[in-house]
Design a protein around this ligand. Sequence first.
Ligand code: ADP
Length: 486
Amino acid sequence: MVTILDQILKKQNRFISIRWKLVSTYLLLVIIALIIINLFISQTILNIYLDQEKLDSLTSANTISNRIKYYLTPISSEMIEIDGYLKGIVESYSKEIESRIIIVNNNNIVKGDSNGRFIGEVFKHDEIQKALKGDVNSSIYKLKQFGNVMYVAVPIKMGDDIIGATLVSTSLNDIYTMVDEINKKLVVISLTSILIIAFLSFVFAGFLAKPIDKFISTIKKISHGNLEEKVTIETNDEFKKMADIFNTMVTKLNQVDTQRKDFVANVSHELRTPLSSIKLLSESLVHQEEGNIEIYKEFLKDINDEVDRLNNIISDLLTLVDMDKKKLHLDYKTTYINYLLERIVHQIKPLAEEKSIDLNLKTNEQIQINIDSDKIKQAIINIIHNGIKYTKEGGYVNVSLYSKDNFAIIEIEDNGIGIDKDSLAHIFDRFYRVDKARSRNTGGTGLGLSITHQIVSLHQGTIEVESEPEKGTTFYIKLPTDVGVV
Ligand code: ADP
């Protein structure tokens, strides 16, 4: 049999299962984290190298400035010779530090150039201009021809006077190539990590999703009618809690289902017994050869009694069904419960007298409560009837009324056959009878106390019982005095 649940599960796409959702979430988070970490590492390494390069270039620029400052403003007779010295120093130092060096005087005229290209020309580069104003400065450029280049410019000072500026230009291509290499390695490490994490998260997500799979398989079995199934979860987390609640719910469902089955079986059995008697009696009548009016009358009386029994069972059942469906309308009215008890006792007295049972009422208080008096009357009559039914001739049934802690308590005590401890727990169950034969003989259906219990519960009251076999039974109906007040 294909259930609705099976159809739902069939429709479910494997790739949107919780396991895949967990794996993709882990991976997304890991990828984002790795991108951020890689960018941070690569930028930090680049900055460290660039800072170092800047420091080296500044040191070099200052060193060369100090070496050549005396050759920058020579007197004209020494000019040619001095320019030769300057050229030599600049070229050899440029080779040493592997950078281009340009020296300008304070008129922006190039006095030294390790490439020799700009000697004698006016050179108004930004960095040079700043250095001539006293600023030690640096910049990085990406040039088409040379790639990444760092310019560092420092002023050349003679005492407090700025007599020129030195520009050191260094290629940064080695640094960028090295950082690119590091980046490539980081990417390889990251991809490997992602693969490992993908595998591990798939395995872990499997562990996490396992309880859900267990739930699904159990729910499937339950949907096929197997209410004995339970989910067993070993972990000590929310899934365990969920499993406990789920199992309690299924146990309850199972109980309700068993009760329903028992009820149907009981009803069928209870209806069948009088019907079988009727069938037997009527068949006997049909096969009677000689018409003896007395026998006819007796059999018909028995049939009549059985029909009454059937009627009682069916009307009790209908009352219970109405109460189950909460269809039973309670017609609340403020009632003097002491007067109600007086009327009930007066009504039942003849029945008690028939059995020589002393039925007494003791009400010292006038208690007014908001109740559906017809229903409460039915509940009380059921219990007093039972008291009379299950008490031997000459016994007593005492009814009393008193109030305690916002409750009106109706106590019904008899000195009858009593109820043993085991049965006491079941007397409010439907069709439960301690002694089936005795109950049937006295016209009992086994539904009376169940109806009484329901009526009292609907009034937000409780019903308690104390009993001792052969000594007697006492019922306590406790009704809140503010019941039905909205
Ligand atoms: P019944 O119609 O059989 O009386 P009830 O639901 O009223 O059904 O009562 C259930 C069972 O509880 C009875 O069959 C009887 O065995 C027991 N019982 C109820 N009241 C008393 C009582 N006062 N004394 C002894 N047994 C009682």
